[in-house]
Design a protein around this ligand. Sequence first.
Ligand code: FAD
Length: 387
Amino acid sequence: MLALLLARKGVPVLLLEAHKDFDREFRGDTIHPSVLEILDEIGLAEPLHKLRHVKVFGPTLRAANTSFNPIDFRRLKTKFPYIMLIPQTKFLEFLAGEASRYREFRLKMTANVESLIEEAGAVRGVRYLSTDGWHEVRATLTVGADGRFSKVRHLAGFEPIKTSPPMDILWFRLPHLPEDPEDEAGRVRGGFANGRMLAVFDRFDYWQVGYVFPKGTYQEVRAAGLESLRTSIVAIEPHFAKHVSSLTDWHQFSLLSVESSRCPRWYKPGLLLIGDAAHVMSPVGGVGINYAIQDATVASNMLASPLKAGHVGVSDLAKVQSDREWPTRIIQAVQSAVQTRIIANVLSSPNAAKIPTLVPLLFRIPWIRDIPARLIAFGVHRAHVAN
Ligand SMILES: Cc1cc2nc3c(=O)[nH]c(=O)nc-3n(C[C@H](O)[C@H](O)[C@H](O)COP(=O)(O)OP(=O)(O)OC[C@H]3O[C@@H](n4cnc5c(N)ncnc54)[C@H](O)[C@@H]3O)c2cc1C
């Protein structure tokens, strides 16, 4: 996204991607209203909507006694009052395709950044390994947008402050069956029973499911066996009674050790971190993509001119961090409160299967429903593209 925005402003950019294509492991498919607004500002919301997608106006939360919609995006004042679900592969291909319209944009796939070029106390570029050997690139600015396990962050010597949310997640797929609901309410849903939680996303051809359990207890989940896991899934989502028979091998699951973190400093001379490289967001609210794209937008707004002038000062980079750090810290504090006050309670109470009666009633009050909707849709501070 940053490469696209900078190229659009006439700044030459080289984007290095370690993978050979964008078909990566599941990392969320949600495009939030804030991102749709940013795309709209550069004329890309309409073409994006032409790709196969679904719109989620409010996820459903389900327990043994009731199910309800705690969030209603329809009430938001925006042209896009919904979360768009689109496979991330398609979204990244779309962005790369749009960026390649600009001659300032170059993309090199299978380019694994392995070291930084540092001279006179400043980062001057990177060395990367590709199928045809080693390469060196020199640049006015190097941006580490390389995700939660950021190599660039590590090479730069930045140590993130980590918090460990009280949970881990097993991700897996279940097949779509002819009797599956086609309604919008079923596209994204969550539920809990017996000290376990489930998050379900419709990915058109299959269901992407996250099974949430207390942190550090994966060996116990495994020791209990697949049958026990299938039973536990069905206890939360009875609808999956047939689907779970497709789960026959532990290789079908990938374990996500959930963490959240934030680097105290996102920059040094010649280098900036954005997105997960600067701050890994907890999965609560699914806002990681939203925050990464807002970082890219602010970085492009603030750095396009200095980049064109051929010199980016440390004070320019500091401005990007100061604009984006406080919204990140606030949302991480909200996520942490949800994790410790709600999720930790659900996961540590095997008998908790019910949503207290008051909760759905509370969420009928429009302004209460609007709070999580607004936070998830926009974060605490909306970024816009400066033209
Ligand atoms: C299982 C899971 C589910 C998630 N679900 C959601 C969700 O529903 N909604 C949401 O908003 N967020 C979700 N997230 C978080 C979201 O994926 C991230 O916050 C978001 O992708 C961050 O974007 P990014 O560009 O900073 O990093 P990434 O999307 O991780 O992109 C980093 C890129 O850098 C490349 N790279 C890494 N190292 C190198 C290297 N050395 N050289 C070259 N390239 C390199 C990687 O291949 C990758 O393509 C989820 C995360 C996980 C793990």
